[in-house]
Design a protein around this ligand. Sequence first.
Ligand code: SF4
Ligand code: SF4
Length: 279
Amino acid sequence: MALDFSEYFKRYEAIVAEVETVFDKFETEMGDLVKCGKGCSDCCHALFDITLAEAIYINHKFNELFSGLERSNVLNRADTADRQIHKLKRKVFKASQEGRPASEILLEVSRARVRCPMLSDDNLCVMYEHRPITCRLYGVPTSIAGEAHTCKLSGFKGGEKYPTVNMDIILDRLIGIGRDLQKGIGSRYKELGDMLVPLSMALVTDYDEEYLGVNVPDKVVGSDRQTAASATKAPAPRPITIKAPGGAGDACSSCTESKSACESCTSNTIVLGGGEGQA
Ligand code: SF4
Ligand code: SF4
């Protein structure tokens, strides 16, 4: 029997709806600074990971909507992107082993460009309605772990103060859904809910019982088939934060306080609390 993710999908969709409301508010109130539009796709070459709940949701929608040649094209692109990301991760690992400074490595990662498999040849998102939350908010000021970010093609400039979407809270809520999912389906992988994967991997993965560690005897888990445990042995704590090189960068640089501690910044922060019990 197929696993039932409907409860978790509903919770994910509720967060998406909140995110859309926030983006609409930016467009209404700061429309001259939000530059996102059809065919604008620079952000579709940035590196980012998505949480388990989002990965399963998008995988489900992809399987529902895509077949034939269009499906093969996306999967081929996902395969190419996956190989590029794997190569890049190996390079980063080697650089850190060689003792290169983290800031230097992160800058290199931020400059890397990997074309998203959902991006068609005419630069349109083939699953726009179901794109990840990161894509929905890339064009407005966000903060991750106290670091502010805006798309370099937007009108938001460094040194100015803007309302900022706190991505940490969104991420915590998404991970919360993943952890509930892990318990709800009875997965043997305790850290399943904390998994972060690139979109390309989410598209090519079969999120079935074996992969997710449900009702799986030990001998099957030890087989060659990839499982959640082998895909991400040590889940990264946060998605890769991409700061546009030479772009808008910090949305606020008016003081040296940590942005999460600065009262004027926190009072300007958009918090998506909603029904997930996070303040
Ligand atoms: S986030 Fe930036 S690159 Fe992406 S659509 Fe908006 S303005 Fe264009
Ligand atoms: S999912 Fe769509 S919007 Fe997001 S990076 Fe890929 S092509 Fe761009």
